[in-house]
Ligand binder design. Structure first.
Ligand code: GRF
Length: 208
């Protein structure tokens, strides 16, 4: 069975592109059922249209508040019969209405080794903090900013001559590898959550 992905974007959509590439190469048994952007000018939306993917643009200003907006997102995703929602550079916090519609079925990718440097400009935060290693994290989305259980991480060295741009580019290479493989792991099943931990393998006896 091919799982149906809903990919939410706000910008250039290179992670969307990497997911589409993995599907095309047969590395990810899924189909992109819908691409949703909150910004009509997102370059990723154009790329998605050119690739022949179904796209929807939902502008927050057309809705009264987060709950109404998240309700519209949930409706569009449900209509597209999505199994898993992948946030890929979607620059909005997800509220309870969407979380409740897809419990443990929303993933995000963040350009740092969480819990270090959540929020905006993670690469700049890492550079300014002076860490020697940063990276990328794919995590399940909960109500906290970049706070849900961690599914996969990749480490990236920070080099002495790095700028925000060079570091971001090095992290992005890892993001493009990490996200499709984390999606495949999630879709493959055989995992459960214990506290904050995403654990692969069967749940202990007596637990579901
Ligand atoms: C990526 O760095 C991702 O980790 C972050 O936003 C950026 C999106 O890039 N959440 P793109 O739109 O996928 O190219």
């Amino acid at each position: 069975m091919r799982h149906r992905l809903g990919v939410l974007i706000s910008g250039r959509g290179s992670n969307l592109q990497s997911i589409v590439g993995s599907i095309a190469r047969g590395e990810l048994a899924a189909t992109v059922a819908v691409v949703i952007s909150n910004r009509p000018e997102a370059a990723g939306l154009l790329r998605a249209r050119e690739a022949g993917l179904p796209t929807v643009c939902l502008r927050p200003k057309d809705y009264e508040g987060r709950d109404a907006y998240d309700g519209a997102l949930a409706e569009a995703l449900t209509e597209a019969q999505v199994d898993l929602v992948c946030l890929a550079g979607f620059m909005r916090l997800v509220g309870p209405r969407l979380l409740d519609a897809f419990p443990d079925r929303i993933l995000n990718i963040h350009p740092s080794l969480l819990p270090a440097f959540p929020g905006l400009d993670a690469q700049r935060q890492a550079l300014e903090h002076g860490v020697r290693v940063t990276g990328a994290t794919v995590h399940l989305v909960n109500g906290e900013l970049d706070g849900g259980p961690i599914v996969a991480q990749a480490a990236v060295p920070v080099l002495p001559a790095d700028t925000v741009e060079s570091l971001s580019a090095r992290i992005l290479i890892e993001e493009h590898r990490l996200y499709p493989s984390a999606i495949a792991a999630l879709l493959g099943g055989g995992w459960h959550i214990e506290g904050r931990r995403f654990i692969t393998g069967a749940a202990p006896a007596g637990r579901t």
